[in-house]
Design a protein around this ligand. Structure first.
Ligand SMILES: Nc1nc2c(ncn2[C@@H]2O[C@H](COP(=O)(O)OP(=O)(O)OP(=O)(O)O)[C@@H](O)[C@H]2O)c(=O)[nH]1
Ligand SMILES: [Zn+2]
Length: 347
């Protein structure tokens, strides 16, 4: 098992280099170009791997009625599926602008575990979950277990701590965490003085648009500021700033989901149509950070029951869920309603 090989594979797919997972050879559609595709698959015969969500939109899943509805799907490589055709297959943003050629034929494959691992790798790399398959020239060979090792939150370690006065909590301290082969640097803001009670904890997932640019599309910016104030007012607690942009699909894919929302889809359907889970976050990362800070029991500031179950599943006891409600604005009203109606948030 090698997390390092998985890191190499993530780097390779981002750069448009072919990789292999088991005996499945892969070239990411998003980072391919004509030259790379020709080198990978000179005869243009390899099928295209897409997610179940994407296959569903393309009306392909009914061809595999007996198959697992969540399993990835291989689309047979018709002669007219060139690079542009594969990009159109992969990217739902283009559906309205470029009507699909088709018909497409779904083919079964023998290695669904490797295909699922490929789609996971695309998500980690922040790419559209779609690959050309069946070519040559892989620069790195991995197994699905390598990806799991790379993602294992128990590998996270405390890197350093320092004082960091912030608005609303001038006595705060920051602690940064890294895992040996991962690129993410998660941080914790420790606020107030431990008083023997479980800390008030907020898990905040990165949102560049909301946290930094003041986006009104979501509630992240105000939630971040309010969490710091609430923790300070409670006496003591910890804000975890988790590098899980876009609920774990990355910034570019989140912005693709926003483009789909501009076309009328809600936040849940946008994720699914792109080929991702509605929420791809692993709260085991947060649990490990809390453990490294010596905290096993917390009061959790959230409206999201999945954060409570995620932390508890990873061994942290949530003694109380504290609601974290902020007023809506005209731009995020529908987003908040979708959270209430479709993802179980308690408002
Ligand atoms: N994929 C996707 N991510 C989004 C969208 N809007 C916001 N996000 C991301 O959602 C995450 C925000 O989640 P949190 O603030 O932790 O909130 P939550 O899970 O809804 O639960 P609370 O604790 O109740 O706030 C951030 O990573 C945002 O970037 C969207 O439309 N699509
Ligand atoms: Zn946000």
């Amino acid at each position: 098992m090698s997390a390092r090989d998985a890191a190499r594979a993530i780097d390779a797919v981002r750069r448009g280099w072919p990789i292999a997972i088991g005996d499945l050879t892969l070239l990411a559609v998003e980072t391919a170009d004509d030259e790379r595709l020709l080198a990978f698959d000179p005869d243009g015969r390899g099928d295209v791997l897409v997610s179940a969500g994407r296959a569903d939109t393309l009306r392909l899943t009914n061809q595999l009625a007996a198959a697992n509805p969540d399993a990835p799907v291989l689309v047979e490589r018709a002669p007219w599926i060139d690079l542009a055709g594969a990009v159109a297959l992969a990217d739902p943003q283009l559906d309205l602008a470029t009507p699909m050629k088709g018909p497409f034929r779904a083919v079964r494959f023998d290695n669904p575990g490797e295909a699922a691992a490929a789609l996971k790798l695309a998500r980690i790399a922040g790419l559209l979950p779609a690959f050309f398959t069946g070519g040559v020239g892989a620069v790195v060979q991995i197994s699905p277990a390598d990806i799991d090792a790379h993602e294992d939150p128990t590998r996270l370690r405390l890197a350093t701590r320092a004082r960091l006065p912030v608005e609303g909590a001038e006595d705060a301290e920051i602690a940064a965490f890294r895992s040996p082969d991962g690129a993410d640097e998660h941080v914790a803001l420790l606020i107030g003085q431990p008083n023997g009670q479980p800390p008030l904890v907020r898990l905040h997932s990165e949102c560049l648009t909301g946290d930094v640019l003041g986006s009104l599309k979501c509630d992240c910016g105000p939630q971040l500021q309010a969490a710091i104030r609430a923790i300070q007012a409670s006496g003591w607690g910890i804000l975890l700033y988790l590098r899980q942009e876009g609920r774990g699909i990355g910034l570019v894919n989140k912005l693709r989901a926003y483009a789909l929302q501009d076309q009328g889809f809600d936040t849940v359907d946008a994720n699914t149509r792109l080929g991702f889970a509605v929420d791809a976050r692993d709260f085991g990362v947060a649990a490990q950070m809390l453990r490294l800070l010596g905290q096993t029991h917390v009061r959790l500031l959230t409206n999201n029951p999945a954060k409570v179950t995620g932390l508890e599943a990873a061994g942290v006891t949530v003694v109380e869920r504290v609601p974290h409600l902020l007023p809506a604005n005209p731009h995020n009203e529908r987003y908040l309603a979708t959270k209430r109606d479709r993802t179980g948030h308690q408002f």
